[in-house]
Structure formats: structure tokens, C-alpha cells
Design a protein around this ligand. Structure first.
Ligand code: M6R
Length: 621
């Protein structure tokens, strides 16, 4: 979704804006632009397409922009109006120039009103309208900051803006009510604002996350916060970010996605360390945090999520039911929020969202809070909106995930749900202590096992690359599995569609003969996920059915399972089941389906880290 950066201070503003916008590219965008003060006037450079187009415009411009020390920039993910240069941000209305992220729901009413003032918006966007409101407030006698504040109170829907005025050089004003906005003081004197903390890390790790209804004013002296409704000054607490700027680089990998797949062992260790109470010796000792108190009281759990997070939730259901014996339901947030569902007393609703900003998931949590239902969030982004909407949060510690395709955040989401299941299993004596202890010991071994397999000389990289080379021209792909492997089949297919733009479906293996088997012929590839678990034999029968119809088979199964292997055109081995509890196999299968999709996408030549039409955090419904 849209990205915002604003800077004022003593450094070259345009460089900071461009670097910051590059750090936000992962969010997805289809046009971009910057605005900056030069000799007391604001200049705009914007273009459809990638940021490089804006850079070209800047390089061709006179006079050079390097002396500018105040500006705002934007990457736009089109909602209202096509992704054209005219609709790109920043937008100018008279002396007001602004960038906007989110949706102005009452834009049609505002537009009608603005037209009655004799004004004509130049773009198809809702965003541009805000400039007319600010201009009118200023004409009515309000100061620039107050005009932004008052105008913002007229907007319906969740959004954030950052605004400059040609009459007030050296001032940037931001407002947050919905879409996130983060601010920081430049230690060299100045202020920087952005849609998330990543662009700020080049300047400082000490940041302020704006609350809903905060106005922030940045000048070369620093930042001040005000209340949106009253205009009164407010104080906000500083947060020290522990993500270093180095973590935002590719570190020698061809793509962020590949790097992030390889970071899964570390992400799992970091998440274990951050959630477990290391002083305890019992298995699954969740550190005492508010989330634990809420989990303790759960008689029923409802996991709500979108996309990959929904797949992680499907696995969470398995673990919570199997180990903790808690009835668990999994819901797509976009469906659930409009369904008027029955929520039984004792239910805890858990929103699973790596970004912490997904509009549908947040909407469910909000609804539940209004109904008095206890809520939890599972997220990777500290201080993201979910931490405000949920009663408590369990954080994954995957570190920054830049690739749009979720990889290490998926694995760490699974881990959090497994940890919750194991903790509740012990607390409620729902499973045998011996079994849960074995599970925990195996879990601790898991990161090392993963690393060994992920190494270049390990079991996976070469065979996956080879399979991809033979398969990438296939007409279509099915991922099939049963039990734990079914959500992974869904995830494999989603990954492949998302980054390789090919037709792929994830299916419960037993469902194939209820329709989709009609699609199978010798141009179709079927990825059969059948580790040696209680579902293996049934899945192999389904494999035989597709093989008989000519499909090219990729098997993901236990090393040494020669029967299964002999049925496959390509074979990707999993470590021996004796090394690991079957509940943990999803952690090994996840990187395999991610890598296979990655290699296929590379062969297709797509933009792996920034797939077309997608955004990393989906802040609109
Ligand atoms: O931030 P969230 O986990 O709430 O995002 C939900 C989906 O948009 C997300 O998982 C999406 O499906 C992934 N990019 C897929 O890789």
C-alpha cells in the first residue's frame, strides 16, 4: 500500500526521500513522486511506474535539487483512479502540497462541496481533495498547522497525510488516523516522518509511533505532537527499534525473498527466545505476559487472518486442538467481519497478521472489542496497529521482511501458535507430559535441522532448482496434501501464484476426485506433500490417481521412503521422522514450497520481491 516519507532538517532532503521510498518499495506501488522546497518554492516531480522514473525527472531538472532540505515523497498503490502520473502524489492545491495514505470514504460528498466553491480537482484521487480543505481553512484565517488539523477532522475512513505549505517553508505536518505514521528527530537537527520505521533507520533507531488522532509537526528543531480534536500539545513515548539498517539489505542474496527463506532458522530461534521464559525448565514455558492471562481463560479460540497468515492459522488449529484440546475455528477476516457470527462465551479471538496493519483483520478485532470479546494479536511489527486493537499481543521475532511474499513471518506465526498450544497442553494437562516434553525437545532441535537442509550443499537447494528447471513451462500446478500438509499445499500454491503469476491450486488430496482431477494431464505438475505421518498412505493413493492421468509428480516425503520416491519425477527429501515429531514437519515443508515457488518465479523472470499488483501490508479492505 502507499508509502510516505517526509524530511526537514539540514541534510539533502531529496536523497533522504528517495532512499526512504526505496525502503518502502516492498509495500507495493504503481506510481511515485516527491515535492521539495527550492528557493522558497515547492517543486513537484512525479511519475507513473517505478521510482527510477522520478529519479530521471530529478536528474534532468534545473536547478539541481541537492540543496533542498525540506520535502515529502510518496509511493502510490492505486485505489481511487488509475496509476497515472496525474493521480500520483504529491498533490498540489495552491500553496498546499500533500501526500496521503489510506482512503477518504466521504470523498464524493467532499468533492461535490469543493466544486460548489468553484474549484476543480485535477486528479481522480480522493487524496487531492484534502488540499482544497486545507487551503480554505487557511483562507478563513487558520494557521497552516491548525488548517491541516481542522481539515483532517472532516475526513471519514482511516488514513494518514503529510502536508507542506509554500507559505510556511521548513514545516511538515503529519496526521495519523488509521494508516500508520512514524516520526523521529534527526540527531543532526530536523525531523523525519514515514509510513513505517524502515526509512527512519538510516537516520536514527529512536522513533515515535503516532497514535490514531495524533498531529505531528516537524521542523529543523525537531518534532511536536498535538491532539487532532483539541489541538492541545501531547507527549508521545519514544521507542527504540532493534532492527539495524544492515538487516534491511540483501546481504549477497539475489532477492530479499531468498534471504528471508534462509533466515528462517534464526527467526525461529529469536521468536523462541523472545516468547519463552528461559528461567523455567518445564516444556513450553511462555514468559508471563498479558497474552498468557488471556489464553489461560480461553474455552474456545477463533483465529482470524488473511492470505498466508490464514494458512498459518489453519496449522494453529491443528496444534491447538491436537495438543491443548481447545475447540479452534479459523476464519478469513474479510468474510468474518460481515457475517454476524455467533461468538460463544469463553471465546478468545486471535488476529494473526505479520504486518499488524491488515484492514480486515483489524476490523474484526475492533468489532470483537466492541462486543467485549477478549482479543489477541500475533504480529511481527512492534507497535503496529494490531497492538492497539487487540487486548494483548504475541510478537514473532522474524526481523524485517521486505519481500512481499511472506516466508519467515509465516514460519514464526506457526511457531507462536505451536508455543501457545504446547503451553496450554501442559497448563490444562490436555496431553501427556511425556509427549509434550518430546515435542518441545524436538522443537529446540528444529532450527539446526532447517539450517543444515537449507545450506547450498544441503538436501534441498539443488534438487529444488532442478525440479523448477523441468517444471517451469508446465500448464498449471497443483499442491496436494492431507492433515498438516493441506495448509502447506494452500500456501505453496499461493506463493507460486503470487510471485510466478502461474495458475496454481492448493488442494486437500482427498478432494481431487471431487472435481479438479478433470484438469490433470501430462502438462500439469502436481506437488505431493506426504511426509511419514498418519496421512501418508492416503495421500500416496491420491498421487497414484493423478500419476495415472499423466501428471508430472514432485514428491515431498521422508528420506528413505523409497515407495513414494519411485512414483515421483522429482524428489525433495525431508529428514527422518524419527528425528522429529510429526507436528513439526510443517516447519520443514514451508521452506521447500517457498523455495520451489521462488525458483519457478526466477525462471519466469518476474519481479520476485515486488510482484505486480500486490502490497506487503493491505491497509484497505
Ligand atoms: O500482514 P498480514 O499477515 O495480515 O497479511 C495478510 C496477507 O496479505 C499476506 O499474508 C499475503 O497473503 C502474503 N503476502 C502472501 O505471501
Amino acid at each position: 500500500m502507499c508509502g510516505i516519507v517526509g524530511y526537514v532538517g539540514h541534510r539533502p532532503a531529496v536523497e533522504i526521500l528517495l532512499k526512504g521510498l526505496k525502503r518502502l518499495e516492498y509495500r507495493g506501488y504503481d506510481s511515485a513522486g516527491v515535492a521539495f522546497f527550492m528557493n522558497g518554492k515547492i517543486q513537484l516531480k512525479k511519475s507513473e511506474g517505478k521510482l527510477e522514473n522520478v529519479e530521471k525527472l530529478l536528474n534532468a531538472s534545473e536547478p539541481p535539487y541537492s540543496s533542498a532540505t525540506c520535502g515529502i515523497g510518496h509511493t502510490r498503490w492505486a485505489t481511487h483512479g488509475k496509476p497515472t502520473t496525474q493521480n500520483a502524489h504529491p498533490h498540489r492545491t495552491g500553496h498546499i502540497v500533500l501526500v496521503h495514505n489510506g482512503i477518504i470514504e466521504n470523498y464524493q460528498d467532499l468533492k461535490k462541496e469543493i466544486i460548489t466553491w468553484g474549484k476543480t480537482p485535477q486528479s481522480e484521487t480522493d487524496s487531492e481533495l484534502f488540499g482544497f480543505l486545507v487551503e480554505r481553512e487557511v483562507q478563513g484565517g487558520a494557521s497552516f498547522v491548525d488548517a491541516v488539523r481542522k481539515s483532517f477532522t472532516r475526513l471519514e475512513g482511516g488514513c494518514s497525510v503529510v502536508v507542506m505549505s509554500e507559505n510556511d517553508p521548513g514545516v511538515i505536518v503529519g496526521v495519523r488516523n488509521g494508516s500508520p505514521l512514524v516520526a523521529a528527530i534527526d540527531p543532526q537537527g530536523g525531523a523525519v516522518l514515514a509510513s513505517d520505521a524502515q526509512p527512519l533507520l538510516d537516520i536514527t533507531q529512536e522513533v515515535f509511533f503516532l497514535e490514531h488522532g495524533d498531529v505531528v509537526v516537524g521542523t529543523e528543531k525537531g518534532i511536536e505532537f498535538f491532539d487532532l480534536k483539541t489541538g492541545a500539545k501531547v507527549q508521545r513515548a519514544m521507542t527504540k527499534i532493534d532492527w539495524s539498517v544492515e538487516k534491511l539489505d540483501k546481504q549477497g542474496f539475489a532477492h530479499y525473498m531468498l534471504k528471508e527463506i534462509h533466515e528462517q532458522p534464526t527467526a525461529l530461534v529469536d521468536t523462541l527466545n523472545s516468547i519463552l521464559d528461559r528461567a523455567k525448565t518445564d516444556p513450553f514455558p511462555l514468559a508471563l505476559q498479558p497474552a498468557v492471562g488471556i489464553l489461560d481463560k480461553a474455552e474456545q479460540i477463533m483465529l482470524v487472518a488473511c492470505g498466508t497468515s490464514w494458512h498459518a492459522a489453519l496449522l494453529g488449529k491443528f496444534w491447538l486442538e491436537n495438543w491443548a484440546r481447545i475447540p479452534t475455528h479459523v476464519e478469513l477476516a474479510s468474510e468474518f467481519r460481515y457475517r454476524n457470527p455467533v461468538i460463544m462465551p469463553g471465546t478468545v479471538v486471535i488476529g494473526v497478521t505479520q504486518s499488524g496493519e491488515t484492514a480486515d483483520t483489524l476490523a474484526v478485532l475492533k468489532q470483537m472489542r466492541e462486543l467485549g470479546v477478549p482479543t489477541l494479536g500475533v504480529t511481527n511489527v512492534r507497535n503496529s496497529t494490531v497492538s492497539r486493537e487487540a487486548d494483548a499481543v504475541l510478537y514473532t521475532s522474524a526481523g524485517p521482511e521486505i519481500g512481499v511474499a511472506a516466508t519467515k513471518t509465516f514460519s514464526t506465526q506457526m511457531l507462536v501458535m505451536l508455543l501457545a498450544a504446547g503451553y496450554l497442553a501442559i497448563k490444562r494437562s490436555a496431553s501427556s507430559n511425556k509427549e509434550v516434553t518430546k515435542l518441545f525437545h524436538d522443537l529446540v532441535k528444529l532450527p539446526m535441522l532447517l539450517s543444515q537442509n537449507l545450506e547450498e550443499g544441503g538436501a534441498w537447494m539443488q534438487v529444488i532448482r532442478k525440479a523448477a528447471q523441468n517444471l517451469y513451462k508446465s500448464k498449471g500446478f497443483f499442491f496436494i496434501g492431507r492433515g498438516y500438509s493441506f495448509p502447506l499445499a494452500l500456501e505453496g500454491a499461493l506463493k507460486l501464484k503470487e510471485i510466478a503469476y502461474v495458475h496454481a491450486e492448493g488442494y486437500a488430496a482427498g478432494e481431487l476426485k471431487h472435481g479438479p482431477i478433470a484438469m490433470i494431464d501430462n502438462e500439469m505438475a502436481v506437488i505431493v506433500i506426504a511426509p511419514c505421518d498418519r496421512w501418508r498412505d492416503k495421500t500416496i493413493s491420491n498421487l497414484e490417481e493423478v500419476k495415472a492421468r499423466g501428471a508430472i509428480i514432485v514428491g515431498v516425503g521422508e528420506e528413505g521412503d523409497e515407495k513414494f520416491r519411485s512414483l515421483c519425477n522429482h524428489w525433495i527429501p525431508l529428514p527422518h521422522a524419527s528425528d522429529l515429531h510429526e507436528s513439526l514437519l510443517p516447519f520443514l515443508v514451508a521452506p521447500i514450497v517457498q523455495l520451489l515457488s521462488y525458483e519457478l518465479a526466477v525462471l519466469k523472470g518476474t519481479d520476485v520481491d515486488k510482484p505486480r499488483n500486490l502490497a506487503k501490508s493491505v491497509t484497505v479492505e
